[in-house]
Design a protein around this ligand. Structure first.
Ligand code: CAA
Length: 259
């Protein structure tokens, strides 16, 4: 397995890859090295048939405190233009397998944008979400203005991005930003258990479902429904569908093979 400096990669249970952001000295700030390693790990996970779901997490106190402000401070406008980070972000956004963020503590700026790239966020009660870029005289630069409004609606997105104020896990749950709130010590356990459940399903159906759900961001309802119908027809041709239905009839658990 590739060795990294800013992330730790592990396989806690079959089918589930865990990626831990690991820059405790900088509150897991997303420097270019970290983003590059993360995008590489996700590209590897995409190619690895043994990996069905990825869980990403930080430490008990911080998921990630955003872009690395110290690294950003030295970048000229041309440096920002030539920067490799947008490419790394594009790899992260392009990940096609299910991707769960297990968030404890601060989840800020680029850290929150990373969590929003995940398909599901599980948060500890102590998690705090924020887009504090406005305090630096900038705006979110990795999708925050676009993803947050789609997740929580205009008023809360405006409040968070224009004021820089943080919201707590309970409010993030009410707003629909996170799927579940747990006790902080159980966040990763719950995210891993959920990942294990998803990993036990047909990988083809899971991937097609993710694609169809994400398409809702980009398409009018009529096109989205058409896409869903075609995806549904495509799944009718898979062995996994036969297996799922036969297992139900035989009152046994299905054994999906991703065929
Ligand atoms: N970049 C670089 N270093 C950071 C960092 C960041 N985003 N956040 C924290 N650190 C560093 C601190 O400088 C400090 O290092 P030193 O000990 O060497 O001084 C260390 O991590 C611990 O931080 P604090 O002492 O500040 O810890 P705290 O517990 O008092 O506060 C915090 C925690 C509220 C998260 C605070 O660190 C903070 O406000 N961080 C910045 C958050 C932020 O503004 N994020 C947005 C970044 S811009 C962005 O993300 C753009 C984008 O859209 C991609």
């Amino acid at each position: 397995m590739t060795s990294y400096s800013d992330i730790l990669v592990d396989t806690p249970v079959d089918g589930v890859q865990l990626i831990r952001l690991n820059r405790p000295e900088a509150h897991n700030a997303l420097r270019t090295t970290l983003l590059g390693e993360l995008s590489q790990a996700l590209r590897d996970a995409e190619q690895d048939d043994q990996v069905h779901v990825v869980v990403i997490t930080g430490s008990e106190k911080v998921f990630a405190a955003g872009a690395d402000i110290k690294e950003m401070a030295d970048l000229s406008p041309v440096g920002i233009w030539k920067d490799k980070r947008p490419q790394h972000w594009n790899s992260i956004k392009a990940f096609q397998k299910p991707f769960i963020a297990a968030v404890n503590g601060y989840c800020l700026g680029g850290g929150m944008e990373l969590a929003m790239c995940a398909d599901i966020i599980i948060a500890g009660e102590d998690a705090q979400f924020g887009q504090p870029e406005i305090n630096l005289g900038i705006i979110p630069g990795a999708g925050g203005t676009q993803r947050l409004i789609r997740s929580v609606g205009k008023s809360l997105a405006m409040k968070m991005i224009l004021s820089g104020e943080f919201i707590k896990a309970g409010d993030a749950l009410t707003a629909g930003l996170v799927a579940e709130v747990t006790q902080p010590e159980l966040t990763l356990k719950r995210a891993t258990a959920l990942a294990k459940t998803i990993a036990s399903k047909s990988p083809i159906a899971v991937r097609v479902a993710k694609e169809a759900i994400l398409a809702a961001y980009e398409t009018p309802l009529s096109q989205g429904l058409e896409l869903e119908r075609k995806a549904f027809l495509f799944l009718a041709s898979t062995d996994d569908r036969q297996e799922g239905i036969q297992a139900f009839m035989a009152k046994r658990p299905p054994q999906f093979k991703g065929q």
